[in-house]
Design a binder for this molecule. Structure first.
Ligand SMILES: C[S@@+](CC[C@H](N)C(=O)[O-])C[C@H]1O[C@@H](n2cnc3c(N)ncnc32)[C@H](O)[C@@H]1O
Length: 349
């Protein structure tokens, strides 16, 4: 099997579910556009600013939530779906029935999980801010999928509510939240979340060095609790990266409201995310390596940076070997490679 065939099509262009896009557009239409556009810009500045561990919510109140819907939901949906698809490719037969979403915001992960795993039957959204819960509920009513439409919203602080949650979830999602939790409280939250996870725990953060540092520490914590890495790493070893960060891109079409909030004209955008999916069971699809960067090429060779079962590697395909050159040049950033044989010279394979 050629390398291109052994890899997946990570990062392929997504669209926000039509029902979610229309429900957001309808909510935004009820407020003056200057109001949510201003809120989106202010929120964006707060998310970019260095973290203050003062316990104050970064987004609260209806105005902030409208800004969040306009500017961030397409981006976080893309990132969550990108990470979920990587999990689904690793364990294609897995059929999660229940979802616990911790720090749900407006319920983005519920929509993403239902799109990725249509067999989902029940979802519980844990969220602290009343405005996110009210708007999340309204959006969910527009969902065709019963698990999203009938999702239960649990109000409270996940640092305490998760430990009390009565039943485990097959899928537990902590999306763009862990970075908002004080560093010394993350291990306890992850431990409680793991206790409530019967299948896969997924942590997603923005694909920045800071976001990756949060994910890398979370992975180490969960491996210490006897979890198994499903994605992105092709191993359970400590992360081999130094002075670098593991992240992947996911493209999504920009709805009109997001173009307005970002003052951007491009039809689509690429969102970078860092993530780890830790399972109670191993993956069923073999993975030898993960593509860490866009391949590069010149007149002599194509080259790609990989995280492999044995550490990092930078295989080359010489231009004079057209098949090897193409196999490397065509790899998608973020894709999993099933085996080494197609990429490495015979001596290394
Ligand atoms: C950046 S948003 C992410 C929302 C959603 N998970 C997503 O990926 O789009 C972070 C959410 O976590 C919530 N949050 C932060 N800390 C929390 C806590 N201690 N307990 C419950 N929710 C929390 C915030 O209110 C906010 O809705």
């Amino acid at each position: 099997m050629g390398a291109a065939m052994a890899a997946d099509d990570a990062g392929r262009l997504l669209t926000l579910p039509g029902d979610l896009e229309r429900a957001i557009a309808a909510l935004l239409a009820q407020a003056p556009s200057a109001r949510w556009q201003h809120a989106a810009r202010a929120l964006s500045a707060r998310y970019r600013a260095p973290r203050q561990d003062d316990g104050r919510a970064l987004a609260s109140g209806e105005r902030d939530v409208l800004g969040y819907l306009a500017q961030f939901v397409p981006a976080t949906y893309a990132q969550l779906r990108g990470a979920m698809q990587a999990v689904a490719r690793r364990i294609p037969g897995w059929q999660p029935a229940t979802l616990l979403d911790l720090g749900s915001g407006p319920g983005t992960a519920l929509w993403a999980a239902a799109a990725c795993w249509p067999m989902l039957r029940r979802a519980v959204a844990h969220e602290r801010e009343d405005a996110f819960i009210a708007i999340g509920r309204t959006l969910c009513q527009a969902a065709p999928h019963p698990a999203v439409r009938d999702a239960r919203w649990s109000a409270g602080d996940i640092r305490t509510t998760v430990a009390r949650h009565p039943t485990p979830g097959d899928l537990v999602v902590i999306g763009h939240v862990l970075g908002e939790i004080a560093p010394d409280e993350r291990v306890a939250l992850l431990t409680n979340a793991w206790m409530r996870c019967s299948g896969v725990l997924l942590v997603v953060e923005p694909g920045t060095p800071d976001g990756f540092a949060v994910v890398r520490a979370a992975r180490a914590t969960l491996l210490g609790l006897a979890g198994v890495t499903l994605a992105p790493c092709p191993h359970d070893l400590p992360c081999p990266l130094h002075d670098d960060w593991c992240h992947a891109p996911q493209r999504i079409m920009r709805p009109a409201f997001q173009r307005a909030a970002r003052a951007a004209s491009g039809q689509w955008e690429e969102n970078k995310f860092s993530y780890c999916a830790i399972g109670r069971m191993p993956g069923t699809q073999p993975v030898w390596a993960r593509v860490l960067r866009e391949p590069t090429w010149n007149k002599a060779y194509a080259e790609v940076e990989l995280c492999t079962r044995d550490g990092t590697a930078r295989p080359r395909g010489l231009k004079r070997d057209r098949a090897a050159f193409r196999a490397i040049k065509d790899l998608a950033w973020g894709a999993a490679l099933a085996d080494a044989a197609a990429l490495l010279p015979p001596d290394d394979a």
